[in-house]
Write a protein that binds this ligand. Sequence first.
Ligand SMILES: Nc1ncnc2c1ncn2[C@@H]1O[C@H](COP(=O)(O)OP(=O)(O)O)[C@@H](O)[C@H]1O
Ligand SMILES: Cc1ncsc1CCOP(=O)(O)O
Ligand SMILES: [Mg+2]
Length: 253
Amino acid sequence: MVILKKIQEEHPLVLNLANSVTQQYVANVISYIGGSPLMTTAIEDVEELLSISNSLVLNTGTINEKELPLFIEAGRKANELGKPVVLDPVAVMLPYRASVISRLIKEVKFTVIRGNAAEIAWFAQSKIASKGIDAIEDNTNSKNAIIASQITGAVIVQSGQVDIITDGKSVLTVDTHSSFFKVNVGAGDMLSATIATFLAATTNSLQGAYEATILFGKAGERASQLVNNLPGDFIPKVLDVLYQFAQEQVREN
Ligand SMILES: Nc1ncnc2c1ncn2[C@@H]1O[C@H](COP(=O)(O)OP(=O)(O)O)[C@@H](O)[C@H]1O
Ligand SMILES: Cc1ncsc1CCOP(=O)(O)O
Ligand SMILES: [Mg+2]
């Protein structure tokens, strides 16, 4: 895990325009794997913060019309400064959110877009059954992810039972088995933040997204063995295991 090792040496700063539901998990996942999280909601602050940040996450889970200029400004500045930008387009299938993301992707070039199968289907102008934030159909097919990547120019991470990572040409998969990711709200946001932390330590977006997704999936597998068949302790265990993985790299250093 070369990139994870680099994160331990550099402690990259990851700036988040987070949703208001899962911010604490997102901040902790970045911190536990060796990065330095920072959240903001102030447009006045964003240029300054981006100048010291190594990557940016735009999570549109609770975005509103007043916040959209902040998201556009942050994304455009990150593009100007050559900093990687990850989009987490929560529930983009719903009409208002679709209009927000349509406007955002006109202004900002995304390095990686991470979403569940229903969210990624939207970018491919296709449809997968969904309810609110969740895909309710599993899709282990890479077709939508490839089309979404070709349309947007971003590396796509389509999460689900099998995670699919593609730059529109190469397709990589992560097939790990975790019991409680599906019911824990925020798991997707945590994966997006993990990817952004990896992108902060490599210029290879496909490889960075892939290694981040493997790490997160492996942490889920180990956490599944540590919980007593109930979901409430699962995310704290995922965080503990991620911390252990990162500390193993520190010791190797
Ligand atoms: N059916 C599933 N079985 C095992 N892991 C899953 C399943 N669905 C999603 N995951 C895992 O949950 C995490 C979050 O993905 P997902 O649930 O698709 O995102 P979101 O929370 O944004 O809907 C990923 O690490 C993914 O691999
Ligand atoms: C419930 C909810 N509502 C708006 S954002 C959000 C959290 C989404 O988190 P995730 O997609 O990672 O499960
Ligand atoms: Mg999500």
